[in-house]
Design a protein around this ligand. Structure first.
Ligand SMILES: Nc1ncnc2c1ncn2[C@@H]1O[C@H](COP(=O)(O)OP(=O)(O)OP(=O)(O)O)[C@@H](O)[C@H]1O
Length: 350
């Protein structure tokens, strides 16, 4: 196990009656890319601001490389910051903006020159070194902000929705850039977003937040395949959730729902009277003889290039989404179809 770079030890933040962050425990390993993901108001930014020292904790502490940071002011912490709004200096050129943190640290000018050139290369902006921020597009400005952060090689980089202001295509492109910068620099990154696709694409681990606390922490695959709560299933990816009450059939426990009686996956521990079965669209099959089947009416088919998304209205007016590879013939709207899944393809949530 890599030693923890950043250790959040029982950190908690209250604003009067409002708890912005419940007492939280979190370890981030050296070189890890960890994303704080969650809906608006779930405490992501608060946690980030506590880590860099922009706000003071109500209780708990932060350790970096084992050192308590409580008495270390923001500017002395070895942390780089990138925010949604680039905060570039308008009166400085691109190169001067990038060199700024090095000048602040009193580096010799020859070194500044080499490192700024390398940073410009890294974000493919060498040809714009002499421009001012107002002469750049949003994506270019954000690349300058990234270069300015990476240029002085902080050992931890915090990013709060750095791509939030960019359009979708540029965001996809910048995600690849950020991934590359992370790989090349070996920096530890804590990244805030409310965009689940971005979190899945970038992270080594995702810290899913809800109501000021950690809902689930794990690799993108973990959280996608094994959501522990209905919230986690719903927030990440598309999920179909069938809710009902437990009942025993012979040896097995089943879930009785308005859509049918379904078998539970073999490895699960049902508690209480009932729960929800989460089935991902790609786990649903059309026709065939799956262990769990239900009938419905095709309400919508959405062609999306590599796949077709099919929405089926089932009993109790529940819409169920499945995905078909687009080389497969999609059923027509209004057609009655049988869909289903094998028991172990589902996950039980409370
Ligand atoms: N300075 C403050 N004073 C009072 N309440 C605050 C303050 N800052 C944050 N909060 C509250 O703390 C909670 C968590 O806020 P936070 O900004 O951390 O959420 P977030 O997950 O980053 O949301 P968003 O995605 O909208 O930025 C919210 O309920 C918010 O209203």
């Amino acid at each position: 196990m890599t030693p923890s770079k950043l250790y959040v030890d029982g950190l908690c933040k209250k604003y009067g009656q409002v708890t912005a962050l419940e007492p939280t425990q979190l370890e981030v390993a050296q070189g890890e890319f960890l994303t704080l993901l969650g809906p608006s108001g779930s405490g992501k930014t608060t946690l980030l601001q506590l880590i860099c020292g922009l706000v003071e904790a109500t209780s708990g502490r932060i350790l970096i490389d084992g050192q308590d940071q409580s008495d270390v002011p923001v500017y002395r912490r070895d942390i780089g910051l990138v925010f949604q709004h680039y905060a570039l200096f308008p009166h400085l050129t691109v190169a001067e903006n990038i060199g700024f943190p090095l000048r602040m640290r009193g580096r010799p000018s020859a070194e500044i020159k080499t490192r700024v050139a390398a940073a410009l290369d890294m974000v493919h902006l060498g040809h714009l070194a002499g421009r001012f921020p107002r002469e750049l597009s949003g994506g270019q400005q954000q690349r300058v902000a990234l270069a300015r952060c990476f240029v002085y090689q902080p050992s931890i980089i915090l990013m709060d929705e750095p791509l939030g202001a960019l359009d979708k295509k540029l965001r996809d492109h910048m995600q690849i850039e950020i991934k590359r910068l992370h790989r090349d620099s070996g920096a530890t990154i804590v990244y805030v977003t409310h965009d689940q696709d971005e979190a899945l694409a970038l992270s080594d681990r995702i810290c899913l937040m809800n109501h000021a606390r950690i809902e689930q922490l794990g690799t993108p695959q973990d959280i996608y395949r094994k959501p522990r709560t209905a919230f986690a299933a719903d927030f990440i990816g598309i999920s179909n959730i069938f809710r009902g009450t437990f009942r025993t059939e012979g040896e097995r426990i089943c879930l009785e729902t308005p859509q049918g009686v379904f078998r539970l996956p073999s490895e699960c521990a049902p508690t209480g009277d009932g729960g929800g079965l989460v089935v991902r669209p790609e786990q649903l099959q059309l026709g065939g003889r799956p262990e769990n089947a239900l009938a419905g009416l095709v309400r919508e088919t959405v062609y999306a290039g590599s796949e077709t998304r099919i929405i089926v209205r089932s009993a109790g007016d529940q819409d169920v989404t499945l995905r078909l590879p687009s080389h497969q013939r999609a059923p027509a709207m209004g057609e009655t179809v049988t869909i289903g899944w094998d028991s172990n393809a589902a996950v039980l949530v409370p």
